[in-house]
Design a protein around this ligand. Structure first.
Ligand SMILES: Nc1ncnc2c1ncn2[C@@H]1O[C@H](COP(=O)(O)OP(=O)(O)OP(=O)(O)O)[C@@H](O)[C@H]1O
Ligand SMILES: [Mg+2]
Length: 396
């Protein structure tokens, strides 16, 4: 699967933040030359960020202009005046910084190129998710409220992230990819503000899918300090979700949350996600479909793929394990027909570039090696826990 993470300008944003801090320091120390130089650098960085993506173009063009106006104002000033300016700046926030949390939103935006056909099996899950997305977009009577949130739960590597990415990809929607633990640690103390900034930005960029991964991190370990941050984030999130519930809005703003540990979720959270969809391990047919996806462009016609699929089920493989099996089998085949490949490393790059990698059709022997190497992290008991939770709380 190819998810193109458009981190609009991670590096530039980091630079901008550093430069704003350096500007602030220079202003505090009444060092006008450095302050001016830093303000100029901020303006340039804002212009570069604006050029990096149409999503942020307007906002950073405005920021760039504000920084430019600062440089033209501060250029000839005396130190005394600059110090007063610094007092003033201390009270009124400098440009860009006031929107620091909004700044970081852009790094959460990804453009998804995942399509439904990249996902093998999971037909029922796909149907439920497609239905949710479509109903949100259709014209409908006011009393019909579309779902605003979907919870995807199931063992690791079963395609939960892919499903959310495909929902966004198929609609060409903006995809906010939020990793809960990163949100909690990186923006510690500010993370609950991040949630409102996130939803404000999500509304601006609609149609939008907000994907919250590792969702259970918000409900877990309430005693430590992280628990406190998590609790605040969680309550901001619930407020946002409740706010969405009441609103009549034709633009899609869907929150999809994923977890491997649904039993850790707070009942208050669960009640906001009435649509809870189990993403299970693939059955034999689905395993075969996943193998075919990961073997695209290679010859596998001599293999009993359904038989392989059944073996995958016996090994309790997830889609991710099957992908590893396929990679391993491909490497076995490549090493088999290119035993001298490493020797090519002595040649100049252009010379290597002119040669083609030898390949042959894959056979069951290649897969047998792979089955020996890849182990599922799951046990039958763990799987039963998912099934039981699904029976009690899942979509029926
Ligand atoms: N149904 C599937 N079809 C094709 N590939 C799959 C499928 N499920 C998983 N994969 C492969 O496994 C990788 C991991 O899938 P994904 O990230 O969607 O799993 P996940 O359920 O989100 O896992 P986690 O719970 O660990 O976050 C994908 O990048 C893809 O290569
Ligand atoms: Mg995932």
């Amino acid at each position: 699967m190819i998810v193109v993470q458009v981190d609009v300008s991670g590096f530039l944003l980091a630079e901008l933040r550093k430069t704003i801090a350096a500007h602030k320091k220079a202003v505090t120390e009444a060092d006008t030359t450095t302050a001016d130089e830093k303000a100029r650098a901020c303006a340039t960085l804002c212009r570069q960020i604006a050029a990096s993506s149409p999503l942020v173009r307007q906002r950073y063009t405005v920021e760039a202009e504000r920084w430019e106006s600062i440089t033209s104002r501060s250029a000839p000033v005396a130190a005394g005046r600059q110090r007063r300016a610094s007092d003033k700046l201390g009270r009124t926030k400098p440009p860009v910084e006031e929107s620091a949390s909004d700044l970081d939103m852009s790094s959460l935006i990804a453009r998804s190129s995942v399509r439904w056909e990249d996902i093998g099996g999971l037909d029922e899950v796909k149907r439920l998710v497609k239905e949710t997305v479509v109903i949100a977009a259709l014209q409908k009577p006011e009393s019909i409220h579309p779902w605003k949130g979907i919870l995807l739960f199931g063992p690791p590597g079963t395609g939960k992230t892919m499903i959310a990415a495909a929902a966004a990809g198929s609609l060409d929607a903006t995809f906010f990819d939020v990793k809960t633990d990163r949100l909690l640690s990186k923006y510690f103390g500010e993370s609950s503000k991040m949630i409102s900034a996130l939803y404000a930005s999500a509304r601006d960029h609609a149609p939008t899918i907000v994907f919250i991964d590792e969702f259970d991190a918000l409900g877990a370990s309430r005693s430590d300090t992280m628990g406190e941050a998590a609790r605040r984030v969680l309550s901001s999130l619930l407020i946002e979700l409740d706010g969405l519930q009441g609103k009549k809005d034709d633009r899609l703003l869907l929150t999809m949350a994923a977890t491997n540990a649904p039993w850790n979720l707070d009942p208050a959270v669960l009640s906001r996600f009435p649509r809870r969809i189990y993403v299970p391990l693939p059955d034999a047919d689905a395993c075969r479909a996943i193998i075919e996806i990961h073997m695209r462009g290679l010859e596998v016609s001599g293999i009993d793929l359904y038989g392989l699929g059944r073996q995958c089920v016996d090994h309790l493989y997830s889609g991710r394990d099957i992908q590893s099996v396929c990679q391993q089998a491909i490497w076995t085949m490549i090493n088999d027909v290119n035993p001298e490949m490493h020797r090519l490393a002595d040649l100049p790059f252009d010379e290597i570039n002119r040669r083609a990698l030898k390949i042959r059709p894959l056979d069951e022997g290649d897969f047998a090696v792979a089955f020996g190497k890849i182990r599922s992290p799951l046990t039958v008991e763990e799987l039963e826990r998912y099934t039981e939770w699904d029976v009690k709380h899942g979509e029926r």
